[in-house]
Every structure is written in structure tokens, then in C-alpha cells.
Design a protein around this ligand. Structure first.
Ligand code: GTP
Ligand code: NA
Ligand code: MG
Length: 303
């Protein structure tokens, strides 16, 4: 049946690396040059994730970046069982070299079986030694292609906007080589909450990443213990959108409360079903907490 067709979806990328090596600056540089143009009047805003487009071998390609602070969000999401990231960009400052959180980040990515692209950053700086970074990371199993390995290393300067397109190309080529990214857009949406906050005027504002299916304004959804109907959706330009397909991050209004980062969401035919799932999850959470408390009381009574 036509509705079951799997279609290519863009890779979803998380940027990781040691403190101050330039993750935020790099995400800004990527976003400033390549965010998909909104219509005039759109207000660029932070929604925790954004999608860009780039050209690889003459073909228009999209990439979704998760723009939440470092690997904290990544591990929180993984702890909840959510697999969000297809590719990790490991940022290493060329004047500083491999540091403890560099190693931590690459360990996380390797444990999750997520391919890594290395962005050797700050190459504009005096004392930058991109070759040293290549040598250091080789010892952790990240062997550069030019040394006969299969990891792409791109020298960049987030500050000067240098080689950003090359980095985007490396991400696409890594996706093509290592991953088979497909999803069915023709069904009810499923995905993950990336971040959420309570807004005085607008209520619960949640950024979700659609992983399969398509989310529409008006759909009933449940995200963690939050539920409701999608009242409105916005993209990273603050532009209202009617629908969002696989790998698309979108800000959603209309949930009863704020989900946690890493909570999975799904849309349901009936709003009642969404509410019932949410209530079941809430009851399960409550029971788990009670059980924990009871166990603690039992243990204490043996002291
Ligand atoms: P945390 O989120 O705190 O871990 O840091 P980060 O990895 O996001 O680093 P951030 O982007 O905040 O950059 C840290 C500092 O390095 C800032 O002062 C940046 O301006 C600077 N910086 C980032 N990229 C470059 C670069 O390519 N060249 C130079 N010269 N400085 C850079
Ligand atoms: Na910083
Ligand atoms: Mg930062």
C-alpha cells in the first residue's frame, strides 16, 4: 500500500565536546548561514532544535540540529530511552586538544552506536594544531579518513564561519555511508520532546522532534504525562506551520502541562485516548514512587 512507503528523512545531529571548545558558536554559525528561510516577518527564536538546508553534490539536503546545551540533554534523553541523535558532531578546539569531556562525549556516542564527525574548531587561532587533534583522537578509535580510517575530520572556525559548508557535507556523507535513514510520513506522528517551558500567555510550549509520521495542527497528542490537542505549531523562524514530517523539529502549543526532555510523544485519533494514556502513565509514575518509598521504609525498619 502507498501509505506504507518509507521515505528518506534528514539526519538528526547533536553537537558535543569539551567546555568552551565552541559548540554554541558553531551551532550559531551553522544556523546563521543556513537556516531555511522563513517568510518575511518571521521572528528567529530559540526552539531547542532547528533544520537547515545545504547542497551536497548538487542535491538539496536537510539536516536537523538539536540545539540544547551539550551532552547533558543527550544523556538525559538516552536515560529515558529516547534515541534522538543519528550523528554526533564532536567539537575539539585545535588550540586546546582532547580534554576529559571530549573523551566523555565520544564514549557516549560510541556507546549509543552513533557515528561521529569531528569538527576541529578554532583553526584561526595562533597555536592551533589540527594534526595534533587527529593524532590524539586516533588513540580513541576515531581514525581520520586521510589516515585510512573512516571518520571525517573537518577543520573549521566557528568564529570566522570557515568550512561550515564542508562540515555540513561531511555530515550528509557520513549519514549516507553509515545509516539508512527512512521513515513513513503517512501515519500518526511519533517522536520525542526536546525541551519545554511554561509560558504565561501561551501555556505549555514544547519543542518536539517528529521521528515518524506527520504531526498536524488539530491532532490529539500525548507527550509523557502531558496531553491535549495541537493548537498551533511554529518552526525555528517563529513561522506558523500546519504540519511537520519525519526529522522536523517544531514548537507545539496546546498541551495540558510541560513534558520532560526525552519524553516520547505520539498522536492519537481521539483526544480521549491521549488523555487515557497520559493518565495511565501518571498512575504508573505514582505507583513507582510509592513502591520506592515503601521499600525505603522497609529497609529503614531493619536498621
Ligand atoms: P560551553 O557551552 O560552555 O561548554 O561552551 P561551548 O563549547 O558552547 O563554547 P562557546 O561556543 O561558548 O565558545 C567558547 C569561546 O570560544 C567563546 O569565547 C567563543 O567566542 C570562542 N570561540 C568559539 N569558536 C571559536 C573559533 O572558531 N575561533 C576563535 N578564535 N574563538 C572561538
Ligand atoms: Na562557553
Ligand atoms: Mg555552549
Amino acid at each position: 500500500e502507498d501509505d506504507d512507503v518509507l521515505e528518506f528523512r534528514p539526519p538528526v545531529v547533536t553537537v558535543m565536546g569539551h567546555v568552551d571548545h565552541g559548540k554554541t558558536r558553531l551551532l550559531d554559525a551553522i544556523r546563521n548561514t543556513n537556516v531555511i528561510e522563513g517568510e518575511a516577518g518571521g521572528i528567529t527564536q530559540h526552539i531547542g532544535a532547528y533544520q537547515i538546508h545545504t547542497t551536497v553534490e548538487g542535491e538539496d539536503r536537510k539536516i536537523t540540529f538539536i540545539d540544547t546545551p551539550g551532552h547533558e540533554a543527550f544523556t538525559a534523553m538516552r536515560a529515558r530511552g529516547a534515541k534522538v541523535t543519528d550523528i554526533a558532531v564532536l567539537v575539539v578546539a585545535a588550540d586546546d586538544g582532547v580534554m576529559p569531556q571530549t573523551v566523555e562525549a565520544l564514549n557516549h556516542a560510541q556507546a549509543a552506536d552513533v557515528p561521529i564527525v569531528v569538527a576541529v574548531n578554532k583553526i584561526d587561532k595562533e597555536g592551533a594544531s589540527p594534526d595534533k587533534i587527529r593524532g590524539q583522537l586516533t588513540e580513541y578509535g576515531l581514525v581520520p579518513e586521510e589516515y585510512g580510517g573512516d571518520t571525517m575530520f573537518i577543520d573549521v572556525s566557528a568564529r570566522q564561519g570557515l568550512n561550515i559548508d564542508e562540515l555540513l557535507e561531511a555530515i550528509c556523507l557520513t549519514a549516507d555511508g553509515a545509516l539508512e535513514l527512512k521513515a513513513n510520513p503517512n501515519k500518526e506522528a511519533r517522536g520525542v520532546a526536546i525541551e519545554a517551558n511554561l509560558d504565561k500567555g501561551r501555556g505549555a510550549v514544547s519543542t518536539v522532534l517528529v521521528q515518524s509520521g506527520t504531526l498536524h495542527v488539530g491532532d490529539a497528542i500525548v507527550a509523557g504525562v502531558a496531553h491535549g490537542r495541537v493548537r498551533a505549531m511554529f518552526d525555528e523562524n517563529g513561522q506558523a506551520v500546519e504540519s511537520a514530517g519525519p526529522s522536523r523539529p517544531v514548537q507545539v502549543l496546546g498541551l495540558s502541562t510541560v513534558p520532560r526532555a526525552g519524553d516520547t510523544f505520539l498522536s492519537t485519533e481521539e483526544e480521549r485516548t491521549a488523555r487515557q494514556i497520559a493518565e495511565k502513565r501518571e498512575a504508573a509514575d505514582r505507583n513507582a514512587q510509592l513502591a520506592k518509598r515503601r521499600k525505603r521504609v522497609t529497609l529503614e525498619s531493619f536498621d
